[in-house]
Design a protein around this ligand. Structure first.
Ligand code: SAH
Length: 355
């Protein structure tokens, strides 16, 4: 199979390459168009101070990377999910969550994911391809337009894919979102399944973004099972990399923990987790397990999720139960899968839901 790289897209070029693309135009013109794209989020057609010819050239040479193929909104309107088609046919999703006056965008960094966490819908579907900077940044821009008049204040790399397995595009997008769109580093969060070299690399970048680690288990036996990449980067190495990140960046670390019935929600799990958290002063986000077609184990009932949180709190750990946004439109954590043809897995555990 031959692979052709995707063509240029509107948000792919950095400022310097963009200026090259407009060679022959005066500097102020380049600035005007750039600000139209990144400050006013305009279409080229809206840039009426630019000549028609130039607008036509821009529209033709720099097409959008994302074609909207579906959009769902929760009944109360607080969550919007898009399904986008990319060049070449792969599809990805973006989720926009509204709060009172501000909104958070959850972006995808890959079409599919190769990390193969059993309970995650994206992982169940497998890896398709990497996203480039433009494909990530455009998810943010299109969300900003949709959110108006609300302000998009937070960007989380918690959509489809493993950002650290597409490091360059992820980091390129972070820099663009920060430097050009103007979102501060403390409002950008990169979530990883625990790719240690990626965490170490990010610790050496200038921008102190937030780090979230999808932990789900605090001992290697269980984590090897739930998060297969743990066999390559075991908990001890992961914790060391997190500790270094915190020391260098002085940012809060959070652990994501999907609550799986009788798997990682026992008292001993809370105790092991608390030990790691106290060492790293990490915050825990407890995510009630969202149903996915390929994983037949139940989520922990909410009363026990709350009990697990209280147990952590008693041991001196800050923990929040994450509100399940968008479950009814399959937009919640781990439900993002553009490919809707995942087979239903055979139950593997004693506590599996009866077929
Ligand atoms: N690959 C990155 C980014 C994805 S973030 C990472 O793993 O961090 C998506 C979050 O949702 C992760 O914390 C993931 O573990 C969690 N998740 C996956 N499947 C889930 C499910 N079925 N229910 C609840 N959370 C889930």
């Amino acid at each position: 199979m031959t692979k052709t790289p995707p063509p240029l897209n509107r948000y792919l070029l950095d400022r310097e390459s963009f200026a090259d693309h407009l060679k022959g135009e005066p500097r102020y013109r380049v600035d005007q168009v750039w600000d139209g794209l990144y400050k006013r989020f305009e279409d080229f057609d809206d840039m009426t101070s630019v000549s028609k010819d130039l607008r036509a050239h821009l529209a033709e040479s720099l097409p959008y990377a994302l074609t909207e193929t579906a959009r769902s909104t929760t009944p109360n309107g607080d969550t919007v999910k898009w399904l986008w088609q990319l060049h070449g046919g792969a599809t990805v999703e973006t989720v926009l969550m509204h709060y009172n006056k501000r909104s958070t965008v959850c972006v995808s960094s890959q079409a599919g994911c190769a990390m193969a966490c059993d309970f995650c819908a994206t992982g169940q579907a497998g890896f398709e391809r990497q996203l480039n900077v433009g494909e990530i940044v455009e998810q943010v821009v299109r969300s900003i337009r949709e959110a108006q008049p609300r302000r998009v204040s937070n960007i989380v790399f918690m959509g489809m894919g493993e950002p650290m397995a597409n490091y360059d595009a992820t980091w390129g997008a972070v820099e663009r979102i920060h430097g050009d769109i103007g979102v501060s580093a403390r409002h950008i969060t990169v979530s990883t399944v625990g790719i240690v070299p990626g965490i170490r690399r990010m610790a050496n970048e200038d921008l102190p973004v937030n780090l979230a680690v999808s932990l789900h288990a605090a001992n290697d036996d269980l984590r090897n099972e739930l998060v297969p990449i743990n066999k390559r980067y075991p908990i001890g190495d992961l914790v060391d990399a997190c500790a270094d990140y915190l020391r260098i960046k002085n940012r809060r670390l959070s652990f994501e923990w999907a609550m799986i019935d009788n798997v990682n929600d026992r008292a001993v799990d809370a105790e092991q987790l608390a030990k790691l958290c106290r060492h790293l002063r990490a915050h825990v986000n407890l995510i009630p397990l969202n149903p996915t077609p390929g994983y037949a184990v139940r989520g922990t009932p909410l009363s026990r999720v709350n009990g697990f949180r209280d147990h952590l709190e008693k041991m001196g750990v800050n923990a929040t139960v994450r509100k399940n946004r968008g479950t009814d439109i399959d937009a919640a954590c781990g439900q993002l899968r553009a490919n809707h043809e995942v087979a239903v897995a055979a139950p593997k555990r004693a506590n599996s839901i009866e077929p």
